[in-house]
Design a protein around this ligand. Structure first.
Ligand SMILES: [Zn+2]
Ligand SMILES: [Zn+2]
Length: 285
């Protein structure tokens, strides 16, 4: 079977409920949204009315829609400033709280960058922060650590590091992983071939466990393999190329993992990129 849930990160300028209908208009059934301004610390709680309106839009869609949120870009659980660490923890608690109200099961976070700290120190702080957040956020929404391109001193460009953080945290049920195709490619994982995907999945299984993979961000990359630069490109039009995505949407192991585009020009190009992905599925209805 091919990927069951294909969709996109959708703009929410017209309100969260509208993002559901906009996704359905382009034929998607996996939706990622920002539940607050991604460049601000001041995430507001979701009112019961707003939560109800979003839940109604999802329930009223003509198909089942898989949901995910993405946290604010400012979060750094291992920042050098104690104030930023505290703000980051609070922001993640607020994010998971909003997800719980909205019925969104997973929230993606870049977790942090080590700055001048050693990897060991940064990982320890990330673990401490994650446990602090999961302990205080109500409900059952899961925090997903996103694989990064390794730009600057970002954590989690390497599956081994994600695995170490997962293990050190004790593998809580509410901790998972979001894999971004552009990021892993920029971090040096060559996923342009079947063998490349096989080796990534084997490493994922041994370092983390494939059952922890809860979401995939499907993006081509403007920058070459191993560049450690995070620049998304339209599907099939970047350095990764079409074959990678054809393999991805047909991987049996990942058929139930929702996949969302984060490609450029959401308003004008998500429809075409999504149609491309859907067209690559083999044997799907
Ligand atoms: Zn991403
Ligand atoms: Zn990115």
């Amino acid at each position: 079977m091919a990927a069951k849930f294909l969709g996109a990160h959708m703009p929410t300028g017209k309100g969260l409920p509208k993002s559901v209908s906009a996704l359905r208009e382009i034929g998607g059934n996996a939706l990622q949204v920002f539940t607050s301004n991604p460049r601000s610390w001041s995430g507001k709680p979701v009112s019961p009315e707003a939560a109800e309106a979003f839940r109604a839009a999802v329930a009223g869609a003509d198909v089942e829609v898989a949901l995910a949120s993405h946290d604010t870009y400012l979060v750094n659980l291992c920042a050098e400033s104690e104030e930023i660490v505290a703000k980051s923890r609070a922001a993640l608690i607020e994010e998971l709280t909003r997800c719980d109200a909205l019925g969104i099961p997973v929230a993606v976070s870049h977790i942090g960058a080590r700055m001048s700290r050693s990897d060991e120190e940064a990982e320890a702080l990330a673990v401490e922060g994650i446990l602090h957040v999961l302990d205080r956020a109500p409900g059952s929404a899961c925090l997903l650590m996103e694989t990064t391109a390794g730009q600057g001193s970002s954590l989690n460009a390497d599956l081994g590091q994600i695995g170490r953080i997962m293990k050190a945290a004790g593998g809580p049920e509410r901790l998972g992983v979001c894999l971004d195709t552009c990021h892993v490619f920029a971090a040096g994982y060559d996923i342009r071939t079947e063998a490349g995907w096989r080796s990534l999945l084997d490493e994922f299984e041994s370092e983390i466990g494939l059952d922890r993979l809860r979401l995939i961000h499907v993006n081509d990359s403007q920058k070459p393999l191993g560049s450690r630069k995070d620049r998304h490109a339209h599907i099939g039009q970047g350095e990764i190329g079409m074959e990678c995505f054809e393999i991805l949407v047909n991987l049996v192991e990942l058929e139930n993992v929702p996949m969302t585009l984060e490609t450029p020009d959401a308003e004008t190009s998500h429809g075409a990129n999504l149609a491309t992905l859907q067209g690559l599925r083999r044997g799907s209805a």
